[in-house]
Ligand binder design. Sequence first.
Ligand SMILES: Nc1nc2c(c(=O)[nH]1)N(C=O)[C@@H](CNc1ccc(C(=O)N[C@@H](CCC(=O)O)C(=O)O)cc1)CN2
Ligand SMILES: Nc1nc2c(ncn2[C@@H]2O[C@H](COP(=O)(O)OP(=O)(O)OP(=O)(O)O)[C@@H](O)[C@H]2O)c(=O)[nH]1
Ligand SMILES: [K+]
Ligand SMILES: [Mg+2]
Length: 442
Amino acid sequence: METIAAIATPNGIGAISIVRISGDNALEIAKKLTKKEFTPRKATLAKVFDSNDELIDIALVIYFKAPSSFTGEDVVEFQCHGGVVVSRLILEEVLKHGARLANPGEFTKRAFLNGKIDASQAEAIAKLIETRSKEGAKLLSRQLEGDLSKFVDEVREKLIEIMAYAEVFIDYAEEDLPETLGSEIEERLQKIEELLIHTLESSKRREALLSGYKVAIVGKPNVGKSSILNALLNKQRAIVSDIAGTTRDTIEEDIQIGSHLIRIIDTAGIRAAKDEIEKIGVERSKKAIEEADIVVGVFSADEFTKEDEEILELLKNVDKEVIIVINKVDKGINIDLDKFQGLKVVKISAKKDISPLIDELKNLLDSFSSEDEHILISTRQIHAVEKALNAINESKQFLQTGELELFSYQIQDAIRAISEITKPFEYDEMLDKMFGSFCVGK
Ligand SMILES: Nc1nc2c(c(=O)[nH]1)N(C=O)[C@@H](CNc1ccc(C(=O)N[C@@H](CCC(=O)O)C(=O)O)cc1)CN2
Ligand SMILES: Nc1nc2c(ncn2[C@@H]2O[C@H](COP(=O)(O)OP(=O)(O)OP(=O)(O)O)[C@@H](O)[C@H]2O)c(=O)[nH]1
Ligand SMILES: [K+]
Ligand SMILES: [Mg+2]
């Protein structure tokens, strides 16, 4: 394998930068730059020189001897002083000695090709780097540890058992087949189907765990939506005024609530719009409700009008989590709270204290992520499970007709499909797609 190199740390000012080299010449290049010998896995302080014998840096150098490294190849890391220059100078020297610049994700790709990690683990690494959600990071580190790989192995083994069991009877004449054979196999298949469907559904439900749950703040004009956004963000992000119709477009911001990442969306007040621009804003508000995972419906404690009535009706009919916020309670409550019966209601003052809203959001988000299990994190993984489910479904007809050979083929298809999660076989294209989205140096 060609020797590859890259700066593994972000391009910016920081205490330390890392230049990483992987491949057959990694050690030799390190020796040339430092005139030193290295013991595997021992951090060694070394002077690093350029080709004119001028000192570039005094760095910590670590040699990982193949196959005991991240990539499975010889790896050398130069952990040098930070900033953008030193690591670039070292990288240039490394390239002069015959290494080439690594492509995005190429280190991880090699780890995969050398059997250090499987495809699900590689995907977990990619997402782990990207995610801004602590909850998501926990889940991804479990997938990196092999959570999903284990699940795939279990399903595969169960399918293999079924196939083996069916194959015993392939050469039997139809009249000699045990009476209960079909129902026995079907029962076992059923269990696997349920398991796969459950995984699919919980993955779709919890997709937002990685990207951030969307929370839309809606209500008629002037109830204090933007004030609530600002209070949640702890800054004056949106314009607040006593003029109805102040917010004209949706405003989106990410915030952390407990260990959850949410994307909070402030919207234009919903009413019969007075002009064309406001009309567009109101349409966007309705769209925000559609796209949200949680809708925060805001009402003012001092009045409940026809417009509120309509919005409340709208909220009662949306098929997602709704939190009713009674805002401005610092002015006293002059509305009939019975109207909100059966809904989750919190009373706050955007001016004084919004903690009841934060607590309620936190509760809700906790309940979303309480299922402590693996999920599918890419469309590639989801497709694999869907393909397996299709094949299992197809197989059933052959069970009924006693065509065990055809049944067995279908189960083999299902096994192949589920195995793709960890060991894809449509190689090149898939690999390009999977690793192409990584950053350089990973
Ligand atoms: N400096 C540094 N930090 C890093 C990485 C790295 O490459 N360099 N990683 C890179 O993403 C992650 C750690 N991942 C790693 C995974 C395996 C091995 C490794 O040497 N594996 C050997 C030995 C295993 C052992 O001793 O238990 C092996 O698998 O054989 C190293 C790092 C995060 N932190
Ligand atoms: N007393 C009191 N006034 C509040 C409270 N929250 C908001 N207000 C006031 O209500 C008015 C409207 O607040 P906004 O945050 O602009 O309301 P909005 O719902 O975003 O309004 P639009 O963007 O026009 O739809 C402003 O004068 C705020 O200062 C509160 O908790 N108590
Ligand atoms: K306003
Ligand atoms: Mg507003």
